[in-house]
Write a protein that binds this ligand. Structure first.
Ligand code: ME8
Length: 498
């Protein structure tokens, strides 16, 4: 039995999550469910990033204390994740007591090691990114520096602060990024290396004066400052695994930690996070899985672009959580941005979920009930389908293990296409007792359902109950080992979108 620890970014709860956040979270959930299915000791962490200027300002604009605001918003996030059947093991909040303690201890540790020093800072800041931009990084619009992502004017800041000596880790980072395949896909490691090559690695400010940003964790040695929100947030991943509280648990999960992030926060999760970990004598993550953006009408989906798709609308449109999850997992792309406007997504839903999978379940269920009263004994299985099935399982496993969820689903869909062709070729409705045909088809459906269960857990359960099999590890049961199927009903799983 393996161990699998998976995390999503912790999102800023300044507004409810949209399809962009669901994109990451559903993908991570599919991987978590897959690893539970194959018997791994799995821990899935998500949550909210609650401190900092952005949250302070939103709360102020609403006239409420930030804590009250984030308390409400954390519930909003949980509500949306339950709407999408997200099976997280812990919902971490940066205002959680154990996390605040980890942040104080970690930053104090680095201070004592001489990796933090005080100096003046001046620069241009984007509050939406919670990030400073230097020349060459920002966009100039109407002669003024603007955030390249949010297209809003940057704010000029000048203040005394504390720096983390990021520059000391340049060699370490270069080596890590070029020798160890931590970052997947590799194109993103090259991107970070290119940036280090071009600009070098500069020290980063990791504190904010309290007069300006009071909503944060005070520096343990200087109450006049709060911890920079990113320094605070990144540490959530070690808090979640039990750092400081349970050494054994921490070491177990940390040895297999997989961070899933969007490419917008790649720099923080490589240059800064890997260096912070090194400074704390913690090994780098096992994998950093980076994905591209959801794009709507040509622009990255986001609040400031005004093109978000609400999760509730998406779920309603695809007739529930399974439909929405399926579409997200199927279009999910690590390498390239994905456009979601237009008819394409509905076509995927109709042709794959409704026609290919749903109709096969219905058809075979009806035939089993009509022809054999629902009792389908194993009296042999078609050799060609059996072979296709074992090939499908191998390719599925390889795709899932290399984080290519969409490819894994594609493999199952191709196999289901063959199973549908097998029905048409063998015409079991014309036979008196089509044992071999129906048993073969039920085996096909069983394994397709099990392998799709991390994506469409509700429909998979429904199918399993209706046709009479269990959702179990597909790699430890052998094909053709079920003695009999007792089919109870022929469910209609999905309805077409017109
Ligand atoms: O960055 N396409 O939080 P955030 C794909 N709090 N993914 C998208 C997306 C889109 N259009 N929009 C959002 C933060 N995402 C920090 C993280 S982690 C220690 C701190 C997803 O609320 C994607 O995963 O801005 C992206 O990286 C993340 O939401 C940013 O969420």
């Amino acid at each position: 039995m393996g161990v699998f620890y998976i995390t999503t970014p912790i999102y800023y709860p300044n507004a409810p999550p949209h399809l962009g956040h669901a994109y990451t979270t559903v993908y991570a959930d599919v991987l978590a469910r897959y690893h539970r299915l194959i018997g791994d000791d799995t821990f899935f962490l998500t949550g909210t990033d609650e401190h900092g200027l952005k949250l302070q300002r939103v709360a102020e604009s609403k006239g409420v204390h930030p804590k009250k605001f984030v308390d409400e918003m954390a519930e909003v996030y949980k509500y949306y994740w339950s709407m999408l059947d997200i099976s997280y093991d812990r919902f971490i909040r940066t205002t959680d007591e154990d996390h605040e303690e980890v942040v104080r201890r970690a930053i104090m540790d680095l201070y004592k090691k001489g990796l933090i020093y005080r100096a003046k800072y001046s620069g241009l800041y984007c509050v939406d990114c919670e990030k400073f931009y230097s020349e060459g990084e920002y966009e100039v619009i109407d002669g003024k520096p603007h955030c390249p992502i949010h297209k809003k004017p940057l704010e000029y800041l000048e203040e005394d602060t504390y720096y983390f000596k990021l520059s000391e880790f340049e060699d370490y980072l270069r080596r890590l990024l070029s020798e160890k395949d931590i970052v997947y896909p590799e194109q993103y490691a090259r991107e970070v290396l290119g940036k280090i090559e071009k600009e070098g690695l500069r020290d980063v400010s990791i504190a904010r004066p309290k007069e300006r940003v009071w909503w944060g964790i005070p520096l343990p040695w200087d109450e006049g400052y709060t911890v920079y929100v990113w320094f605070d947030a990144l540490l959530n991943y070690i808090t979640g695994a039990g750092y400081l509280i349970d050494k054994e648990r921490f070491e177990k999960y940390w040895s297999s930690v997989h961070h899933v992030i969007g490419k917008d926060i790649l720099w923080f999760h490589t240059a800064i996070w890997f260096s912070m970990l090194k400074a704390l004598d913690i090994p780098p993550p096992r994998k950093l899985v980076v994905h591209a953006f959801v794009v709507n009408r040509g622009l990255k989906m986001g609040k400031s672009a005004g093109n978000i798709i609400a999760i509730e609308d998406f779920v309603e449109h695809y007739h529930g959580s399974d439909g929405a999850r399926y579409i997200i997992a199927r279009i999910f792309n690590l390498h390239k941005d994905v456009e979601v406007s237009g008819e394409q997504l509905d076509t995927i839903y109709n042709s794959e979920l409704v026609d290919n999978y749903g109709n096969l379940v219905r058809r075979v269920g009806v035939l089993a009930l009509r022809k054999l009263n629902g009792r389908v004994e194993n009296r042999g299985m078609d050799g060609r389908v059996e072979k296709a099935l074992s090939k499908m399982l191998e390719e599925y496993r390889a795709s899932m293990n290399s984080y290519e969820v969409s490819r894994a689903i594609g493999v199952v869909m191709d196999f289901l296409g063959e199973a549908n062709a097998y029905v048409n070729q063998t015409r079991p409705w014309e036979k008196k007792e089509p044992y071999e045909e129906l048993y073969t088809l039920l085996e096909a459906i069983k394994y397709a359902t099990i392998t799709l269960s991390p994506v469409i857990p509700r429909s998979a359960d429904k199918t399993a109950k209706a046709l009479g099999f269990d959702i179990v590890n597909p790699f430890t049961t052998s094909i053709g080992s079920q003695k009999e199927y007792v089919v109870k009903e022929a469910p209609i799983l999905f309805k077409k979108i017109k």
